[in-house]
Write a protein that binds this ligand. Structure first.
Ligand SMILES: Cc1cc2nc3c(=O)[nH]c(=O)nc-3n(C[C@H](O)[C@H](O)[C@H](O)COP(=O)(O)OP(=O)(O)OC[C@H]3O[C@@H](n4cnc5c(N)ncnc54)[C@H](O)[C@@H]3O)c2cc1C
Ligand SMILES: *[C@@H]1O[C@H](CO)[C@@H](O)[C@H](O)[C@H]1NC(C)=O
Ligand SMILES: *[C@@H]1O[C@H](CO)[C@@H](O)[C@H](O)[C@H]1NC(C)=O
Length: 485
């Protein structure tokens, strides 16, 4: 049985590991150690410093619109208060009160507005359901959402401020304006790397220990005692050759999870998200201003369904002058959960051609002023997809409650960083809550919708079979000779 004196080992210091340990430590659990192969104490979760987990990023969407999934909607609303409280706390701190890598100017949450956009004039189901659910369950938040191309809504927005009306029209160019959707002016972006630095700092203050870096923080294997049907995990081995024993091992290793827990192969799958960057030169202050979070919302654009599904988006400019664009749609997957990134043994510094081509069309049309720059950098960011996009937070069967899986972000967990651990702690303590059923241990089943999890090594989306873009294809956004698709 888990108790506050139990020795708890957590593998992975991303969103799931951090949030879990924060909520456990604050509730009185005394003996928690997070192991991560990345030296976050030196790299500060900055993706340019060798961090390749999903959480180590420059920014992420913060939204509350969740179609009819009211539990996640409410969780986001709850998280929002904490995001704001943390941001206020940081801004009111003196530099010496903050950890390395964080200054009082670092806002974790920017309420720049979040635009939800779909192709064509008919409101996408997901958006309609989001508005309807919000109206029913959190009407005060619905009042801050404004339908696109709607005179009354625009007038309502104008009463709040002229600035928001400018943002309302900031992405009119996409698909020549033949779009539907809404803007939520209480949503925005979180500054991901800074948020992780701050959360890690709060964890340390609450007594959580960290063993970071390769080899000392990098798990090589679980220590498993095998007694036939019931097994027990006694601890972990790290690449420095040491063994670390504990009462409970929580694996929160994101896309790498199934390489640590073999039973999880049909529970979670690593799939590649395409992320592209445009670095705006310093002398183009006009564009720095135009894309500043004060003037430009984060947006996501969806079109098509099934194999032609497109979901892409753009973020306001970062403090360093980076515009980030994302694409997810037709997936590229790693069946054996060995995600390849810039920092892998076999590094990769390009992205699938299919997504990149589609992304270029949208950007060139929506923002012709960016065409002259081309993309200056790229990244594969690995999602951890579950069969149904719900997280997987439960004891792994047949391990006598000694092994716990805590992952499956499916591309939408970052926004919950401050609050996720509250509910993970419930599952650890076997206190049923609104997420227990959705997050329970499960495997993808043949014949049921499973998010493509059973396609196997031979599947068409397996990374080794996906056509990748040439680097030269990055630099032109329009009329590229390499434009084959
Ligand atoms: C492209 C992309 C865009 C996204 N956009 C959004 C968004 O806009 N909004 C949103 O809310 N969410 C978003 N998400 C989802 C969100 O980023 C994830 O749900 C979340 O970051 C997952 O956290 P994690 O802790 O599971 O994984 P990770 O952050 O990947 O953490 C896993 C950690 O485990 C460590 N690890 C792995 N193997 C080992 C080992 N052997 N030993 C020790 N440590 C190990 C890794 O170093 C890593 O730090 C996005 C995800 C992606 C990929
Ligand atoms: C944590 O557990 C280990 C092993 O049982 C023990 O040696 C150590 O003193 C404990 N630390 C704390 C802070 O309780
Ligand atoms: C646990 O054990 C049962 C009984 O042997 C078996 O049916 C089941 O598949 C096992 N679960 C996992 C995840 O291995």
């Amino acid at each position: 049985m888990l108790s506050q004196d139990s020795k708890i080992i957590i593998v992975g210091g991303g969103v799931f590991g951090l949030s879990t340990s924060l909520w456990l430590a604050r509730a009185g659990y005394k003996n928690i150690t997070i192991y991560d192969r990345c030296a976050f104490d030196k790299s500060f979760y900055n993706p340019l410093n060798g961090c390749d987990g999903a959480s180590a990023d420059i920014n992420k969407v913060f939204r509350m619109a969740y179609a009819d999934q009211v539990e996640y909607q409410q969780l986001a609303i709850e998280a929002r208060d904490i995001w704001q409280a943390w941001t206020d706390k940081i801004m009111a701190s003196s530099p010496s009160e903050l950890p390395d890598g964080l200054t009082p100017e670092d806002k974790l949450l920017h309420v720049c507005g979040s635009y939800f956009l779909g192709e064509g004039t008919v409101l996408r189901d997901y958006y309609r359901d989001s508005l309807v659910t919000m109206e029913k369950t959190a009407p005060e938040f619905r009042k801050m959402q404004f339908l696109k191309d709607n005179g009354e809504e625009e007038a309502r927005l104008r009463k709040i401020s002229e600035k928001w009306v400018e943002k309302y029209h900031a992405i009119d160019g996409i698909n020549n304006g033949n779009t539907n959707g809404f803007i939520d002016i209480q949503a925005g972006i979180t500054i991901a790397d800074k948020a992780c630095v701050y959360t890690r700092f709060l964890c340390e203050q609450a007594g959580v220990n960290f063993v970071l870096g390769d080899p000392q923080g990098k798990l090589s294997s679980l220590i498993v005692e095998d007694k036939g049907v019931q097994k027990r995990v006694k601890g972990i081995k790290t690449y420095d050759g040491l063994s670390h024993f504990g009462d409970l091992v929580i694996v929160a290793a994101g896309s790498w999870t199934a390489s640590i827990i073999p039973e999880a192969h049909h529970t979670v799958e690593a799939t590649a998200g395409t992320v592209m960057f445009i670095d705006i030169p310093k002398e183009r202050q006009d564009l720095w201003k135009k894309f500043h979070p004060d003037n430009y919302p984060v947006w996501s654009y969806r079109k098509g369904d099934g194999d032609n599904y497109y979901q892409g988006g753009g973020f306001p400019i970062s403090k360093e002058g980076r515009l980030k664009f994302g694409f997810r749609g037709r997936k590229a997957a790693s069946r054996i959960s060995t995600p390849r990134t810039k920092y892998s043994k076999q590094p990769i510094d390009t992205v699938p051609l299919y997504g990149l081509s589609r992304m270029k069309e949208v950007i060139a049309q929506g923002f012709p002023e960016l065409v002259e720059f081309g993309f200056t950098d790229s990244r594969l960011c690995w999602y951890t997809d579950s069969p149904d996009n719900n997280y997987v937070v439960d004891y792994v069967p047949n391990y006598s409650d000694s092994l716990f899986i805590c992952t499956g972000g499916s591309g939408h967990a970052f926004k919950f960083l401050p609050i996720l651990g509250k509910h993970i702690k419930n599952q650890l303590e076997r206190v049923p809550d609104q997420f227990t059923a959705a997050w329970k241990w499960r495997v993808a089943e043949e014949g049921k919708p499973n998010n493509g999890l059973l396609e196997g090594e031979e599947g068409p989306r397996e990374m080794s079979r996906v056509e990748m873009a040439d680097r030269e294809f990055f630099i032109c956004l329009l009329h590229c000779s390499a434009d084959r698709l």
